[in-house]
Design a protein around this ligand. Structure first.
Ligand SMILES: N[C@@H](CCC(=O)N[C@@H](CS)C(=O)NCC(=O)O)C(=O)O
Length: 223
């Protein structure tokens, strides 16, 4: 198979890429890279990913990093149904609008809460710093409210009336937070309805790529 996907299912953007391939029946050779074992720091992986991050794809002799660029490339390369990354200029721009926004909003704030609640306690053996956590949860909630009031205000999906690569990126970031057992959609009814809609559209693949996150969630359920 000419397409190779380098990923770790603990990684939100890597899950979005794997999910996209599965949802679109794009054949690929899976190349798992275990971040917890520092496999991304190996000499060999450095030749594939100069920034030593996942996801990365290789399509023949073409290598591409960055989930947003990868999703855009795959949608066109495999001629996927138009709704994923529409050709219409305005519809495409709405997808791009969210993808530009998410780095410093959904991604940053959801990932920070995950790090505070899951990664740091595991690394240090200490419980989360409650003061810091409160601050980060408040910032995440502001972002989630902004998603509801802007991107999801008038449409069932982030960028319109059908699912797109923006929804994949968004839902994988939001789902990261559940690993601590936290109900991330609490107080966000529009977000809850959207996540359920996107998940049910992506089943069974959504659950397959989130098996690890969901086993952490079940172990940590406490809130
Ligand atoms: N902007 C990149 C972010 C990739 C990224 O941050 N990947 C993380 C996992 S979520 C990673 O590989 N981290 C390893 C490290 O930084 O050492 C994308 O969207 O693909």
């Amino acid at each position: 198979m000419s397409l190779k996907v380098y990923y770790d299912l603990m990684s939100q953007p890597a899950r979005a890429v794997v999910l996209f391939c599965k949802a679109n029946k794009i054949p690929f050779t899976p190349k798992p890279v275990a971040l917890r074992k520092y496999e991304h720091q190996s000499e060999e992986y450095g030749l594939i990913s100069p920034f030593r991050k996942v996801p990365v794809i290789q399509d023949g002799d073409f290598t591409l990093t960055e989930s947003v660029a990868i999703l855009q490339y795959l949608a066109e390369r495999f001629d996927c149904p138009d709704h994923w990354y529409p050709k219409d200029r305005k519809a495409r721009s709405k997808v791009q609008e969210y993808m530009a926004w998410q780095h410093w909003n959904t991604r940053m704030h959801c990932a920070t809460v995950f790090i505070q609640e899951v990664i740091l306690p595991k690394a240090t053996g200490n419980p989360p710093d409650e003061g810091k956590l409160r601050k980060h949860v408040a910032a995440m909630n502001t972002t989630l409210t902004n998603m509801e009031n802007f991107f999801l205000k008038d449409t069932p999906y982030i960028s319109g009336h059908q699912i797109s690569i923006a929804d994949l990126l968004g839902v994988c970031e939001v789902e990261q937070v559940v690993a601590s057992g936290r109900d991330v959609s609490a107080g966000h009814p529009t977000l809850r309805t959207w996540t359920e809609r996107v998940k049910s559209e992506l089943r069974p693949h959504f659950d397959e790529v989130h098996t690890l996150m969901h086993s952490l969630r079940d172990r940590n359920k406490k809130h």
